[in-house]
Design a protein around this ligand. Structure first.
Ligand SMILES: *Cc1c(COP(=O)(O)O)cnc(C)c1O
Length: 398
């Protein structure tokens, strides 16, 4: 089928929730994507920080194929070895104690919110608690996740949302203190805000929030759906900061491309929170997706992905800093490891489109920020290739 036909028919059949780029992707290999015309793109978006290992990894594909032939789905009424194995590996990698698999990041957030509410209910014997979330955060599109998402643009049409959410500002501990009350049961934040524009939390801020949660018996929820799974150079970003949450939400890269998320809790929360009947999912953690999670975690070790992220992440930061210093339109670089953002003084949509025409896939994070979340297996050469294309594009536009 011709590209224009595919695009035309897609536009007729799908609910119009996306303004898609006018390309039709066909297959991927390594860190490159190919469209239906055979044009090649260097991928610095990774399907929004999902394809950590890149495309066409034989061992991963083989593991999925063999699980398909064995058993795809069971429901959570029964045990399966792939689910148990993936759960154990994910708990070990995240240094949390217990895991609940979901089908998406949004559902991981829903579960995290319910775990926090149930904890408070168990501790105090009544409900009606409040949650503190951060401005410019993003936690997903369901009503619960939207309720803790600090972006009016996403929320406005869907009010009223879940009751009892107050917004504070990341890296402004005073604003958190001002939001705390007798009713507060949890604080939720992204250690590095992703969609909001790549804003890392300050170590001191996270330590203060952790201390506050300890002091008042609040549940600290970290949303590491985007910044977790190796993206910053440690398995999870909290390990960089040395501030462990009580509940950790994960998704995106954990399945290497299959739809899977998870939330994990410490034993202390597990003992006093969700119990049989409180939460569930039909698909969540089925043998198929768990085979993917398991294989991804194995490959992270075998391919020494974390060391690669640290090394290439430093290189990327250095190159982006050089670019920032040489171009007056770029105000700032922010980020850690292979989660980086360039803050422009102007909207970046045209630059991203132009780079795409030149064979480079980038995405934004807010109107004025170009976001760099490539597969975690890229090398310095790929960074050089990306910088060259971006520079050319910026030269054209100046
Ligand atoms: C992507 C994302 C989500 C939502 O995950 P989905 O899989 O799209 O439901 C939540 N939080 C953060 C930080 C994200 O980046």
């Amino acid at each position: 089928m011709k590209k224009t036909e595919i695009i035309g028919q897609a536009e007729q059949v799908f609910v119009h929730t996306y303004n898609r780029y006018p390309i039709v992707l066909d297959h991927g290999e390594g860190v490159y994507l190919y469209d239906t015309d055979g044009k090649r793109y260097l991928d610095f978006a990774a399907g929004i920080a999902v394809m950590a290992l890149g495309y066409g990894v034989k061992e991963y594909n083989d593991a999925l194929k063999s699980q398909i032939d064995r058993l795809i789905h069971t429901s959570n009424y029964y045990y399966s070895e792939p689910a148990m194995t993936a759960g154990r590996k994910l708990a070990a990698a995240s240094k949390m104690d217990r895991v609940f698999f979901t089908n998406s990041g949004t559902e991981a957030i829903e579960g995290a919110i319910k775990a926090a509410k149930k904890y408070a209910y168990t501790r105090h014997g009544h409900a009606d608690f409040e949650i503190i979330a951060m401005e410019h955060s993003f936690h997903g599109r369901s009503i619960g996740a939207l309720s803790v998402t600090g972006n009016e643009h996403y929320r406005e049409a869907f009010l009223p949302l879940m009751d009892g959410v107050r917004f504070a500002r990341l890296n402004d501990f005073e604003s958190v203190l001002q939001s705390v009350s007798e009713k507060t049961c949890a604080i939720i934040l992204e250690p590095i805000q992703g969609e909001g524009g790549i804003y890392p939390a300050c170590p001191e801020f996270l330590r203060q929030v952790r201390a506050l949660c300890d002091e008042r018996d609040l549940v600290l929820i970290f949303d590491e759906i985007q910044c977790g799974m190796g993206r910053t150079g440690t398995m999870f970003a909290w390990q960089q900061y040395g501030v462990r949450p009580d509940v950790l939400a994960m998704a995106k890269a954990i399945g290497g491309g299959v739809p899977v998320g998870a939330f994990a809790v410490t034993e202390r929360i597990a003992k006093q929170s969700l119990a049989p009947g409180d939460h569930g999912t039909t698909y969540g953690g089925n043998p198929f997706v768990c085979a993917a999670v398991s294989t991804v975690l194995d490959l992270f070790e075998r391919m020494d992905v974390l060391a690669n992220v640290s090394r290439v992440g430093d290189y990327l930061s250095e190159k982006l800093d050089e670019l920032c210093a040489s171009d007056g339109r770029i105000q700032e670089r922010r980020g850690i490891g292979l989660m980086q953002g360039l803050q422009f003084e102007c909207p970046v949509g045209e630059i991203i489109q132009d780079c795409q025409n030149r064979g480079l896939i980038l995405i934004n994070a807010g109107a004025n920020v170009i976001r760099f979340v490539p597969p975690l297996v890229i090398t310095e050469q790929h960074v050089d290739e990306m910088i060259e294309i971006l520079k050319e594009s910026l030269r054209q536009k100046s």
